[in-house]
Design a protein. Structure first.
Lengths: 251, 251
DNA sequence: GTCAACACTTTGTCCTGACATAGCTGCAAT
DNA sequence: ATTGCAGCTATGTCAGGACAAAGTGTTGAC
């Protein structure tokens, strides 16, 4: 008898064996699509792997790999002996490491950047240490003022090793730093951030068009690419009244 | 001829086939150990998978799975046609979702908690929405004051659904909330956090033994377990002069 | 000397087959 | 009625083989 959670049927799944897209990925994408469209209900159980492999005419390892992929992204949970279930859609993987520029663009605001300084040279000690650079290494050091919809939002100091990316003023005015890094093949994959708060000095207040003593959100970050190469150091200050950090963390 | 990066020899690796620990995991652990102890140099190349499988007398899928595991944790990088390399140790996996209590304990401080209120009832609207709860759901609502080395550090408001965990005063005084959740089998696996800053009101300043206008770090968070069940909502306030958030993010 | 074609190395994908083990369910013995 | 055992179901682990495709380096033609 069947009085447990409903078992999804996984309707018509078409696979293209001549496609360069791997089979396991085709299966995973199709499954995710079915889940997100609501055809397969949240909390419902998947068919077991053997049946699924049978019906889709692929081997069990291929099915397992597809399911594995979705488990890692938090879409499915497996329990040995019990089956595979669809997880509540609220729990999804953090999308990607984002920068302020990305965040603003995504939320529909129009960011605008003023480059206050940009020069190449040996990094300060704490920067060199954060990036793990040697004695003779050089970085591009920049100070930027970031506006959203015309209002000043953040003072940003950044360092990028010159052999990672030669930064140019005109690029930075039109694009975010992370976008430039990605385009150069040094997409940040991991970052360490320290977030704190303090009140504005009068110099900072003047730049940010705010008052002395206004609350500020501070963030310092070091980012690495997939190869473990340090690609960016940043020390940012945000007007707390106009910006807050949104983060998704996962184990 | 061999004038590329040195190829690690992977010295004497002993596997126990009678152990309940899976072979691929034994291999992965051993490799990680060799890497972290410095026997296999950072940046160095691994033997290719076929040779490795041969020498360790396991199949290639097993080796692949072990390497895969370390790739996911950021210890290795693979490139088709090129080989597998050891990544700089700075780039490692975020350990686990931690709470303030965990953080303090780990950094050698002695946390101490004062429970100011604890009652069960229907959640406020914004809390119910954050947790995705229905009309008739009940939560335990707590307000705590957290001290480190005798000094007040944070005001913490939390809500936990009663059917997840019945919270008791005496437990909370001695343990962190996350520790209790983990013990009950609802280990947080994913969380959404919003971090901001503002200045203290006089009431907050009094509680935190600080002055009005002192900078505060604010954090609101919703956490889910592996099954996608919302297990905790929190709204915390930290003294910025005594605490900052440290985060590791990854793609 | 430069550049394109080629061979070689190495990881990526996919298959078949087998056995182990955790979780569940129902039946039987107590 | 409760406990414990047996059997079923489903995922977990592992082997061995085959071919595809990307990256690297070498060779040869111009």
């Amino acid at each position: 008898m069947e009085h447990s959670t409903p078992r999804g049927p996984v309707p018509e799944v078409a696979l293209d064996r001549s496609s360069p897209v791997p089979l396991y990925f085709q299966v995973a994408s199709r499954l995710q699509q079915l889940i997100e469209s609501g055809v397969m209900p949240v909390g419902g159980r998947l068919e077991n792997e053997v049946e699924l492999a049978d019906r889709l005419a692929v081997s069990r390892p291929t099915i397992r790999r597809a399911v594995q992929y979705l488990v890692e992204r938090g879409v499915l949970v497996r329990k040995r002996g019990a089956g595979t279930q669809i997880v509540h859609p609220k729990v999804r993987r953090p999308v990607e490491l984002s920068s302020l520029y990305d965040d603003l663009t995504k939320s529909g605001q129009k960011p605008h950047t003023e480059i206050r300084t940009l020069h190449v040279g040996a990094p300060a000690d704490h920067v060199a240490e954060a990036l793990g650079l040697g004695e003779d290494a050089e970085v591009t050091w920049i100070e930027r003022l970031r506006f959203a919809d015309g209002e000043p939002l953040a003072i940003m100091h950044n360092a990028v090793p010159v052999d990672v990316l030669p930064l140019r003023r005109e690029d930075l005015e039109e694009r975010g730093l992370y976008e430039l890094l990605r385009a150069a093949g040094y997409a940040p994959r991991m970052a360490n951030q320290v977030v704190g708060a303090r009140v504005a000095t009068s110099a900072e207040a003047r730049l940010l068009d705010d008052v002395r003593g206004a609350p500020l959100l501070t963030m310092t970050r070091t980012a690495w690419d997939a190869g473990g190469r340090a690609v960016e150091y940043g020390s940012h200050i945000y007007r707390a009244s106009r910006y807050s950090l949104e983060l998704t963390l996962s184990t």
